[in-house]
Design a protein around this ligand. Structure first.
Ligand code: GLP
Length: 259
């Protein structure tokens, strides 16, 4: 199963995951990072930005999970803009090495396959950072997504559009379609790191980690991965049945192992 690490707060999670990313980059200068958007991974990006001066990031590349379809890339809430603002600039990654699925409606039919080819050409994703939606979506793989799915167009659920409306002037402005790495794409990464904070994520975390494998709960796909780490605060862990066991296992883990 995934390793569950329960931390005090988002700041501690950010430091822990930034440690894993730093050690990856130190042993592999051309590391490929999978980048999630949303508020959850910001703590990781902040912690990485703080230590960027001690890392050689010149050959590091990144692949975002998803993008809205039909939103101009210049829109401040396009995931291209978000990734540039929250990841590329603060950390100092080479913008030419950071990729976001192409949500241009005119070329959308071939954009998914092109993105898959680009990931393969880069040698695959080494460490994939993931958030989780309140309905259990990862990337934009809404409930019902196939565990074998690759990058493709999806229709956002009303719940996700409502959740994301806070980033837009009005709920109607949230696009209805997106292009997202599939669950199959995500499962190809070497190491998955899912983060979640707050009580609002507790059900999705419990169902993803301890519930049955089901396309109805896309986050449960992480149970199929040989190296998945779930880093959560106490509130997000509050519905886990085996929380004490996870704490015990983590407390007795050898120091050399990392996450
Ligand atoms: C968005 C993104 C996901 C993200 C999720 C949770 O819809 N497409 O990649 O994990 O919402 O967002 P947040 O971290 O802001 O709760």
């Amino acid at each position: 199963m995934a390793e569950i690490v329960i931390v005090s707060d988002a700041g501690a999670a950010g430091e822990l995951v930034a440690d894993a990313v730093s050690s990856l980059i130190t042993r592999k200068a051309d590391a490929v990072l999978g980048l999630a958007t949303g508020s959850t991974p910001l703590a990781v990006y902040r912690a990485l930005a703080a230590r960027a001066s001690s890392l050689d990031l010149r050959r590091v590349s990144g692949f975002a999970l998803d993008e809205y379809v039909g939103l101009p890339v210049s829109h401040p809430e396009s995931y291209r803009s978000v990734i540039t603002r929250e990841v590329v600039e603060p950390i100092g990654l080479d913008p030419d090495r950071v990729h976001v699925p192409n949500g241009n409606a005119e070329t959308i039919q071939t954009a998914g396959a092109a993105y898959e080819r680009a990931i393969v050409a880069a040698g695959g994703i080494d460490l994939q950072i993931l958030g989780v939606g309140t309905d259990g979506h990862i990337g934009f793989n809404e409930p019902g997504s196939s565990f074998a799915s690759l990058t493709r167009v999806k229709t956002l659920t009303e719940q996700t559009r409502r959740d994301n409306a806070r980033f837009f002037d009005s709920p109607d402005e949230v696009p209805m379609h997106c292009i997202t790495q599939g669950l199959g794409t995500i499962l190809r990464a070497e190491h998955l790191v899912m983060l979640a904070f707050g009580e609002g994520k507790a059900n999705a975390v419990a169902a993803s980690v301890e519930g049955p494998l089901s396309a109805m709960m896309p986050g449960s796909a992480i149970q199929l991965h040989p190296h998945a780490t779930v880093v959560i605060d106490e509130a997000a862990a509050s519905k886990l049945k085996l929380a004490d066991y996870y704490r015990y296992a983590y407390a007795h883990k050898p120091d050399w192992q990392g996450i």
